[in-house]
Design a protein around this ligand. Sequence first.
Ligand code: PMP
Length: 401
Amino acid sequence: ASVFAGIAQAPEDPILGVTVAFNKDPSPVKVNLGVGAYRTEEGKPLVLNVVRCAEQMLINDPSRYKEYLPITGLAEFNKLSAKLIFGADSPAIQENRVVTVQCLSGTGSLRVGGEFLAKHYHEHTIYIPTPTWGNHPKIFTLAGLTARTYRYYDPATRGLDFNGLVEDLSSAPLGSIVLLHACAHNPTGVDPTVDQWEKIRQLMRSKSLLPFFDSAYQGFASGSLDKDAQPVRMFVADGGELLMAQSYAKNMGLYGERVGALSIVCGSADVAVRVESQLKLVIRPMYSSPPLHGPSVVATILRDSEMFNEWTVELKAMADRIISMRQQLFDALKSRGTPGDWSHIIKQIGMFTFTGLNSEQVAFMRQEYHIYMTSDGISMAGLNMKNLPHLADAIHAAVTK
Ligand code: PMP
């Protein structure tokens, strides 16, 4: 007998569930394109060389203890993280208008930011794009906000539904919060152009919509940290306020270390001081203080110009491999004469691609080709020269069936 006997079995997380199903499949040709983590050409997880070096340095440093960090985390890490996303010359940083707190990767940063807004901001509606990362609506709802959606992806063009986006944000109540993927939109791989970002910025500022940026892929999209941060910096440059959730999971490969940061760009330095004091009250009863190892690794790399440069080279190599997989998949479908326009595969950016396949075709590919993906999206990082022809065969068969 159990006091929990009446508990129902919960469904598998739709994203993590793909890997569960994959692991159960005994087929030797199976391919997992559902994981949101980088894989090498050999299909293996990757620890960056610069990360290994930083860890070695930390281990060999006898002055290091395992004491608790402050509630807000490692101060140097916070400073360097703000600099990384907003730019070294950011006026908001120079004017001490930015408060940054270390959080549990991107997810934890979103959650702390969400709870802060639920407690201290006058408008509790957050607009999230359709589609978006599946965790977004749950994070913000549990934080105490009301999630509503704005149009983002257009299945007809497999690109951005810019008019729909503008219409929906135009009719959002004044002051609403708007979640924006800083770059490499997950799961569509569709980003606004710089011109479109500028129009979004003007519209949002004119309606006092509060931007909440989710930056999980800085440097991972284009291969350049600065280029991927450009939309965010446009919003900081206008002097307005915003929230920023940063993750080092993908761009430093620190997935399991759970290292990220929440920054709030405030209108003035004294507001920033008060905001920080309230962020501590959100964090303290949630987990007291964040972990030490991950931010120490990041700070070691970011503070040293040589290690920083090595990181950018390794980061670009990851981004370039993904970009090359896009081209190869496109070429493979073209050479098979697969009906349809597949140019979106090379136009989209970042880890994920929306293939545009329907659910029947996706089910067929799993059944017949042992290819595992979340709805119609695939993680490009799971592709390599060995499994790519198999995927192209599967798509071709699914489309021509
Ligand atoms: N936002 C987006 C858009 C993501 O894709 C992810 C990771 N899949 C995250 C946030 C959070 O990731 P993490 O908590 O591992 O940093």
